[in-house]
Every structure is written in C-alpha cells, then in structure tokens.
Design a protein around this ligand. Structure first.
Ligand SMILES: [Zn+2]
Length: 152
C-alpha cells in the first residue's frame, strides 16, 4: 500500500515513512500533479482538502479530518484497516522516502559525532539524500509516540 500526501500533511508523511510505508510528499504540489502521480503510481491520496474529494478520477482518497498528526495516522489505519507491520519500522528515509540500507559503522566514522560512534552499533544510510541514521534519542522519542502502530 503506497501513499501520497498533500502539502498539509508533512508530519503524517514522516510518520508513515517511519512505519515503513512508501509515502510521497512535497511541500508544494499542485492538485493536478498530486492526482497524476497517484494514478500513475497507484498511490492512495491522503488529503485535508475537501475539494480534492470531488476529483472523481482519483481511485482512492482518504480525507483527513484531524489536525494532530498522530490522530491523522490513527484515522488512516482505521479507514484502510492497516495493521502494524513487523520488521518495517525505520526502513525508509524520513526525509526523502528512499529505502535505507545498513552501513558498516567504520564507514560512518568521519560523518557522525564521536559520542554517537562510541555508543551506537547500527547505522543506516539513505542513498537518496546521503543521510546517515541511527537510533538516537530523537528516533526513540518518535518510536514512543508511534508505539501503538509498531508491533511488539
Ligand atoms: Zn533520504
């Protein structure tokens, strides 16, 4: 199941990516472009814009009713009957949606703070935007926030 979010839903897009869902988002996107990509790529549109609902050529739209991104995520899970997926958490870049690959610790040495190098063992690399991720406190906070959507 793949998604495309309208430009009001950046946080939701990020949360879906954390959970491993292929989710496109750009901060500025015309409705026509959103629709074109959704159709050619069979993506479900997530939108806060009720006018989009009238674009009947879209296959599937979830009209988001909430302001809080966690409630938005809950609505998506409920309406599409999604279940938390095992082994999917933190497999995509939060910033650009590319699938992450593990990278040997030694290769990161020049690019991460010494403290992180000392305390972390597992590193993930994004080929899309060349970022390196690890399970630091910000990631843990994010997991805590989203834990009801992550399987045990
Ligand atoms: Zn990236």
């Amino acid at each position: 199941m793949k998604f495309i979010c309208d430009d009001n839903l950046g946080k939701l897009a990020k949360y879906l990516r954390v959970l491993g869902y292929d989710t496109l988002f750009k901060s500025e996107m015309e409705d026509s472009e959103l629709l074109r990509i959704a159709l050619s790529d069979t993506r479900i549109i997530l939108s806060r814009d009720s006018k989009l609902k009238t674009l009947k050529s879209a296959d599937k739209i979830v009209l988001i009713r909430f302001y809080d991104p966690v409630e938005q995520l809950q609505q998506v899970f409920r309406e599409l009957e999604l279940k938390p997926q095992k082994n999917k958490t933190f497999t995509r870049c939060l910033d650009c949606n590319t699938e992450l690959v593990e990278i040997p610790k030694e290769k990161c040495k020049q690019r991460i703070p010494p403290y992180v190098f000392k305390t972390q063992e597992r590193f993930l690399h994004c080929k899309g935007c060349d970022k390196i991720f690890w399970a630091g406190t910000h990631v843990e906070r994010l997991f805590e926030k989203l834990k009801r959507f992550i399987p045990d």
